[in-house]
Design a protein around this ligand. Structure first.
Ligand code: ATR
Length: 268
């Protein structure tokens, strides 16, 4: 018997998830099929339900369906609830359990693969959209000294900081209010790179910092900026991609894959 899983998105052509999950299945000796599924922009729910009817055990959800997946789930983990979005669903009889592994994926890449201790560190996140909301709780669980959210639209950063203030020390402000003094970690969670842009912010903040871009598969303007401004370490989001997949795989199968091996293979 082969267990069926997949990833829904639009577009989905370039997704690396099938390669990653196939390697996880080989490592753990499980018989799994993992497909890319292009759902119509206005009909994710129908596509997901027909996949479930075909006997799927679970699936991942990527852009732009994570909020619809949140609404489709019949039960939510705390991570999914606070993220307001679901990237993983486990089918359990009639129950659809929604989880969000994005933040766990980022934290595992930083702390395990890159050996970065986030406890008592100052973290600056650029952006206050869905990507930021998805990573905040797992980051705050590391108990940083301070977690700052800076956004082009200041009010969105202020609101997000307020929403998460019961989970740790958060503050939110406009990108123009970033101070010219170094922080420990900067995370780019804006979608500015998609337009080939790096927001103009105080350059000194990157001096000696670890600069992490959630994007992968390209040298982003943020990474160029980090290099030009003496960052200590510059990382793309490929490790996070593999780690979020591993957390989903474990959620479905109970098996923990070897992520470092898969990251090494993908980096070629
Ligand atoms: P996602 O789910 O990827 O987070 P989103 O919710 O649309 O997508 O959020 C995109 C984020 O990137 C926002 O924080 C956005 O800033 P605004 O809230 O001011 O729109 C940020 N962003 C997008 N393009 C940007 C740019 N050129 N410069 C600065 N920030 C940008």
């Amino acid at each position: 018997m082969i267990d069926c899983y997949g990833v829904f998105g639009n577009p989905i052509k370039h997704s690396l998830s099938p390669i990653i999950h196939t390697q996880f299945a080989e490592q753990t000796g499980l018989n799994i099929q993992y497909d890319k599924i292009l759902a119509p922009i206005d009909d994710f729910v129908h596509s997901a339900k027909s996949f479930i009817d075909q006997g799927a055990k679970g699936f991942n959800i990527t852009v732009p369906f994570k909020i619809e997946a949140f609404n489709l789930a019949t039960k939510l983990s705390l991570n999914a609830k606070t993220a307001g979005a679901v990237n993983t669903i486990k089918v359990n009889g009639n129950e659809l359990i929604g989880e969000n592994t994005d933040g766990i994926g980022l934290v595992n890449d930083l702390t395990k693969n890159l050996s970065i201790n986030l406890n008592n560190k100052t973290i600056l996140i650029l952006g206050a959209g869905g990507a930021t909301r998805g990573i905040l709780l797992p980051l705050l669980k590391q108990i940083p000294k301070r977690l700052m959210i800076a956004n082009r639209t200041a009010s969105r950063a202020e609101q997000l900081a307020l929403d998460f203030s019961s989970h740790g020390k958060t503050c939110g402000f406009g990108l123009d209010k970033i101070k010219d003094t170094p922080v420990d970690v900067i995370i780019n969670a804006t979608s500015a790179s998609l337009d080939g842009k790096m927001p103009t912010i105080a350059n000194g903040v990157a001096n000696g910092a670890i600069c992490y871009d959630l994007m992968y598969g390209m040298q982003t303007p943020f990474m160029d900026w980090a290099k030009a401004n003496n960052a200590k370490m510059i990382v793309d989001g490929l490790g996070m991609l593999v780690e979020q997949a591993a957390a989903a795989f474990e959620f479905w199968t109970g098996k923990q894959p070897n992520t470092q091996e898969v990251i090494k293979n993908l980096r070629g």
